[in-house]
Write a protein that binds this ligand. Sequence first.
Ligand code: FAD
Length: 284
Amino acid sequence: MSQTTPNEKKMSLSFEIFPPKKDDEFDNVFSLLRDLKKLNPDFISCTYGAGGSRAGKTIEIASFIQKELQIDAIAHITCVGFTKEDLDRNCSALKEAGVNHVLALRGDRPLSMTDEQFNSREFFYAADLVRYLKEHTDLQISGACYPEKHFESPSLESDLQHLKAKVDAGVTSLVTQMFFDNTYFYRFLDKARAMGIEVPIHAGIMPITTAKQLGTTVSLSGSSVPKKLADIIATYGDDKEDMRKAGIDYAISQIRDLKEHGVDGVHIYSMNKLKTTTEICSQL
Ligand code: FAD
């Protein structure tokens, strides 16, 4: 009788990309995607500009991934400043574009939003968006989760309770916020499973290739920086190429450890960097 150990389980591989800021950079993204296809990802997700800016661009890219490249595409979609009409329009555009999978997010409060607008928003949380999508569309729905808790949450336990409600509303897989210390992810995973969250959870890995990038990333994500990564920055931060190599090695060691622990999937925040993403994948 054959027995499957955790590290023999197939770990899915996926990438996140973002739409370029300028229209004339679009060709580069399509060419990047063609190259990413060679790495054989299980899916590629495309982010959504905060507050819904350039929403059409996310859909256009997701459509290219799905229809041209025949790779499962996930279009990120937020709801914080949205009315139901806005959402219906977006869902029709997704359908027309042949995109049938979204990452349903609440999104962050745009700076331009007044307290009154924020407090009377139509969709309070991502779970409300999930419920609406489930009722009005046949989209497949993924959601976001936070191994070190979401920054607004008083505790990991409270965040997990809301996450459970989001999954119960119709989320079929989760992608995590980036983390640099796998122990946070394993702790989160154990707690999530103990609470009955059974959907696949894709671990978000962000390769850090410059010292500056780490600063920006940490301030946006709130993720902890373990001593090992801080030491890498201190040692190699001033040397561009050495820092790049050390950052790639760090991401690879995180991914290898996750694979040994039998995780469902690894989602690489590619930052639209082909060379870094390819180097990581070729060494796995
Ligand atoms: P929610 O799941 O709604 O959670 C937000 C907070 O509310 C949490 O603290 C939660 O615990 C709490 N909460 C939930 N329900 C309740 C309730 N009933 N009562 C009280 N509290 C509650 N942003 C973008 O603008 N574009 C993107 O493309 C994008 N992609 C992302 C991809 C991933 C994988 C991740 C992890 C984040 C992404 N974000 C993106 C950022 C995200 O929009 C923010 O983190 C946002 O602040 C929370 O979104 P959410 O969907 O996780 O919110």
